[in-house]
Write a protein of this length. Structure first.
Length: 210
């Protein structure tokens, strides 16, 4: 008789989803010149970068999404540390991406930075095929907010959209965030979230990439 699978456990996490803007166009450009190995090296660098900083910034790398990752921070992680890490990664990625663009791309895209979504909430944790998996609204919200970033419209390549409750939690640890970074109220319609009604969130410009 097979063992019954254990019941999911509840846990609360701060979830960050991010990806690379214009990744499809960049890869197509590299494929035309048979330089796709450059894209592989960029992803490997980013994966190693996340691994190297995982312990210091107290997050877990949850899932690779093809051109980005989902990260999970514990609730006791400092909001200031989370923002500092995302900014640091943006600065280092921006340097790497500019070098790639200057050396290899025939038609560099207007935007090629990182966009982020962040949310907080209760997740269900369970085992599936010997891997730890999570389901919950916070993951959906973080991913949808990340997808709702539009650098072409918003005018910045390094944007973070945060749910209001997550922003408030970050601000408790980082009360000067609105002085250190451009923070604005924003409205987004997120697919299959809140009945597709407009959702109030916070827009944070992490990096002036000019």
């Amino acid at each position: 008789m097979s063992k019954k699978s254990s019941m999911p456990l509840k846990t609360r996490k701060i979830v960050v989803s991010f990806d690379i803007s214009s990744s499809t166009g960049i890869l197509e450009d590299l494929l035309r010149t048979e330089n796709e190995k450059v894209w592989y090296r960029l992803l490997r660098w980013l994966a190693n970068y996340l691994s190297e900083n995982e312990k210091h910034y107290e997050y877990k790398i949850y899932k690779f999404t093809g051109d980005g990752w989902i990260l999970m921070f514990n609730l006791d992680c400092s909001g200031e540390d989370i923002i500092d890490f995302l900014v640091m990664m943006s600065v280092d990625f921006n340097k790497r991406m500019k070098s790639l663009s200057d050396r290899y791309l025939e038609t560099p895209p207007k935007v090629s930075g990182l966009t982020f979504g962040i949310a907080v909430g209760t997740l269900l944790r369970f085992q599936m095929r010997n891997k730890t998996e999570f389901i919950g609204r916070a993951i959906n919200m973080a991913c949808r907010l990340q997808s709702a970033c539009n650098p072409h419209v918003d005018g910045s390549q390094y944007l973070l959209l945060a749910t209001r409750d997550c922003f408030n939690r970050i601000k408790e640890d980082y009360p000067t965030i609105e002085y250190d970074y451009p923070v604005q109220n924003a409205t987004r319609k997120l697919k299959n979230i809140a009945g597709n009604r407009p959702l109030q969130c916070k827009r944070i410009e992490l990096l002036d990439d000019e």
